[in-house]
Design a protein around this ligand. Sequence first.
Ligand SMILES: Nc1ncnc2c1ncn2[C@@H]1O[C@H](COP(=O)(O)OP(=O)(O)OP(=O)(O)O)[C@@H](O)[C@H]1O
Ligand SMILES: [Mg+2]
Length: 352
Amino acid sequence: MRRPVALVADGGLVDEVLHAAAVAGCELERVVDVTALRGRWHSASAVLLDEGAVLACEAAGFPRRPGVHVVGAGPPGAEVWRRALALGAEQVLELPADHDRLRAVLADAAEGVPEGAGKVLAVLGARGGAGASVLAVAVGQAVLAAGGHGLLVDCDPLGGGLDLTLGAERQEGLRWPTLRLTGGRVPASALRSALPGRSGRRGALTVLSCGRTGPGPEPEAVVAVVEAGRRAGDTVVCDVPRQLTAAGCAALDRSDLAVLVVPADVKACMAAKPLVERTAERGVRLKAVVRGPAPGGLTTAQVVEAIGVPLLTTMRPEPRLARALDNGRFPRATRGPLAKAAREVLAALHAH
Ligand SMILES: Nc1ncnc2c1ncn2[C@@H]1O[C@H](COP(=O)(O)OP(=O)(O)OP(=O)(O)O)[C@@H](O)[C@H]1O
Ligand SMILES: [Mg+2]
């Protein structure tokens, strides 16, 4: 585990830093001088320096590195600033005023993953019952099968709960109404331990589901959860309602890719149009997954032309799916049309 390291001498500042680390759940290593710091300079996930330490590090000829933060009781002098910049310092944190920012720095450092490591996928259905929630869960399963960490985020309060689709509705753990999150910063580790889901030999799949009753998430809460998953390197899969609520848009706007599940029928093609327009206005990167069967004989090419969205893949109906879902079992098979389509969606997300 790469821990952050601090070279801070002033007693008051030390207390502030230790307090912020404790609140962020971050194990912080303190060193007493530049000699002790030298061996940790490159390996620490972040470095906190007070003004004296900045001067000492520069005098010792330490090279630039990312993740250096200067802490002080007030604004640093120009000379300290110049030397701090030479070390690669990102910011100066005045304590106690900047306590929250320091806590955020330490929370990131504790997670030990570079900012922006995870990918965010949004899944939409062209019409009601298109199979969007099913595909969202299937993509989460594909992440788990590949040994990764997936986070399913249910943005549809009228969808009956995504935990139900996953077959996790009887599991304990928080849902949106009980999480009572209003925004701000959430550590991914706290989310993972509070939410229901499944774990594999290496990875895990967690679900933040809407409840059967109670309100859906506020947009700020969706942002907080999506960004927590992204920071932790998770693949975040958001089930977005077609009504494009504010919470749904918050997820869409943060997505690296959005997929539109389009059943191969005329009604779905027509219903897709306003949705395609509205996502295009938001600058969302949208691709289509065309789902068979085609009762009227529509071809994939005709569907794609009608909706004006590039094709990601096609998907035959998954045999025995409805029955499995009704029995609270999401199919775990890694073969079959649904799992194959999910892997293709995942590949497209990571190719971006
Ligand atoms: N790939 C598939 N193969 C066969 N049947 C499917 C598939 N995907 C979904 N279904 C069937 O369609 C039903 C509705 O799927 P799902 O809940 O995913 O749709 P949705 O697009 O999320 O609908 P909603 O408008 O309620 O959000 C499922 O319960 C299942 O019976
Ligand atoms: Mg749905």
